[in-house]
Design a protein around this ligand. Sequence first.
Ligand SMILES: [Zn+2]
Length: 342
Amino acid sequence: MKAIVADYALDVERIKKNVAVLIEEDKIAGIVPREKLNEFDVDETFGGSGYLLMPGLVNAHTHVAMNKFRGFGDDMPLDRWLKEVIWPMEKEWTEEEIYKWALIGIAEAVANGSTVINDHYFFAWKIAEAAEKLGVRAFIGQTMMDLVEMPIAEPELGFKFFKRWKKSTLVKATLAPHATDTVSRDLLAEVKEVAERENALVHMHVSQSREEVLRVKKREKMLPVEYLKELEMLGKNFIGVHGVYLSKDEVKIYAESDAALVHCPTSLAKLEGEIAPIIDLWELGGRIALGNDCAVSNNSLDMILEMKFAAILNKVKRKDPQSQLRRKYFTGQPLEGLKHWD
Ligand SMILES: [Zn+2]
């Protein structure tokens, strides 16, 4: 039997002092006071004084391979940053490069406390291989776009990836249309149909730039969340990301829909100078989770730092130092936000 020893153990509800977690094979066999450890047959001990033991963090929105571009296009607005800097570089990706940078990105996420990632990117099968190699639980979707010229984001690749990886143990394949402005109605209908048939998660950027909102408004004569509602995309298997420009009505629709919204405060503060109305959604009972986005827009994959920025930036959003996301948000609630994930 093995044991992990720590000065403090944090679970969703409370902090315990001086604990030892007993591990048999790969399962937790018990949690006992540290001073009683010698009553058990323990042959290897980890941790010790100065350690805090806590559940692994769920990094609910990543593009791990983008670690390659850290620092590129700093200080540009999102729409220009994507079109002028990121997409041209992404057209040059090879499978080998993606695999290598996915290993590096996942390693950074794990080193900062994440044990689960939810990734959205190209050559998703190479990211899945990297996650398996490192033994990390990962939800992975192949980015699909049909309104932007990007051969590595051909929708067919996304469905093929989903089919091939849906039964893997560590990796759970998702369907990953890019965003409300870069994907057509027809493609979203197809995604919805497959998601319903296969009980799959749909992972998608929603209302992440001013231009996205304007394009959807012009094309569909409605706002992004109204559009998703009309398409009946919103539901317990829908993981939207960002929601920076949600109107009051959209927040209400979202909260009532049972869809989850991933908050990436650092990334969108940097790229749009904006903060999503996440507390409004939270107060209406919406499901929320936290993510780093990517090392280019963040510029790290550090969820502890993300929690700090989430707390601080939301005070700025409300112009109220007393405004706070309750402690549970940081411990149990992100998991609650993903409660339909098995
Ligand atoms: Zn993203």
